[in-house]
Design a protein around this ligand. Structure first.
Ligand code: FES
Length: 142
């Protein structure tokens, strides 16, 4: 049911933890299942130098956050903001249909952390102009 990549990231999550002096922190929650994902970004010259995550959630949410951190590490903020849950699912080698919303949590957590960074530094990140903090609460379909 789960791909080898999902199992690998679930068992050995990459970049798990927190960054104490993070430049951007994003937290999103899924009110239905109660799962929470937090992303910490360390950014220098608009490049994501370090990223960590804390996820209290299902295995798919942990695997999604783990792979999402790998996908954005070393990228510019403009590249990172383009991360989509579809790209996360593809990188994971697929997720069961009922678990797709878990990957949405990863996309939203990254965007939320970038938004936090943009707010703190008075920057406008292309793609986040219409972002609203209430987007941080995503709604799951189960
Ligand atoms: Fe809630 Fe996966 S994020 S079930």
């Amino acid at each position: 049911m789960y791909s080898e990549i999902v199992m690998d990231h679930f068992r050995n999550p990459r970049n798990a933890g927190r960054i104490e002096d993070a430049d951007g922190i994003g937290q999103v929650g899924n009110p239905k299942c109660g799962d929470i994902m937090k992303i910490y970004l360390k950014i220098k010259d608009d490049i994501i130098e370090d990223v960590k995550f804390e996820t209290f959630g299902c295995g798919s949410a942990i695997a999604s956050s783990s792979i999402a951190t790998e996908m954005i590490k070393g990228k510019s903020i403009n590249e990172a903001v383009e991360i989509s849950n579809k790209a996360v699912v593809e990188a994971l080698g697929g997720l069961p249909p009922v678990k797709i919303h878990c990957s949405v949590l990863a996309e939203q957590a990254v965007k939320s952390a970038l938004y936090d960074y943009a707010q703190k530094t008075n920057k406008v990140i292309k793609g986040l102009e219409n972002y609203k903090p209430e987007d941080d609460e995503i709604h799951c379909q189960h």
